[in-house]
Design a protein. Structure first.
Length: 163
């Protein structure tokens, strides 16, 4: 009986912490929405993409992509990099995903290196790792996912296939 009570108290504490964090995150996101500036155009070589409280789709057509910063906060965002050419030196993306979901689509031949931390969330890539054989572009993704999920997916470019 003591074990059941202890587990119920633990569950209640976890639920309260989650609710409080969600409320605090919503307030912080509302403040951040007025302060963070979105600078992301399809042909930009470096992006500063901000998506807070709104779903978003972004397709890049950069000819020398170097990376940038992505903030996804209480949103669902789809970023399509399949029409991009990486800079010869590679690219670095800094990604923050807080209480949201983020999908980044990359060309099938890209190599992806991921570093970061996920707290009550997750991050993963189905793309090839840079240590595999081949002379292909490498993108370095540094992420922080808090109650959110980040997925990097290699896919053929459906816009090119449709032509």
């Amino acid at each position: 009986m003591r074990l059941v009570r202890a587990l119920l108290k633990l569950l209640l504490a976890f639920t309260l912490i989650t609710v409080v964090l969600s409320i605090v995150s919503s307030i912080a996101a509302a403040v951040a929405k007025t302060r963070l500036v979105d600078r992301a155009e399809p042909d930009d070589d470096e992006i500063d993409l901000v998506s807070i409280f709104e779903g978003r789709r972004f397709r890049s057509s950069s000819t020398s992509f170097r990376g940038g910063r992505i903030v996804n906060w209480q949103s669902g965002t789809d970023i399509d990099l399949r029409g991009v050419r990486l800079d010869p030196a590679g690219a670095q993306l800094e990604v923050w995903d807080i209480f949201g979901g983020l999908r980044i689509r990359v060309p099938e031949d890209w190599r992806v290196r991921m570093h970061g931390i996920a707290i009550f969330g997750g991050a993963g890539s189905a793309a090839r790792a840079p240590d595999e054989a081949g002379d292909h572009p490498v993108i370095d993704v540094r992420y922080r996912a808090v109650f959110g999920g980040l997925g990097i997916v290699p896919e053929p470019d459906d816009e090119v296939l449709a032509v």
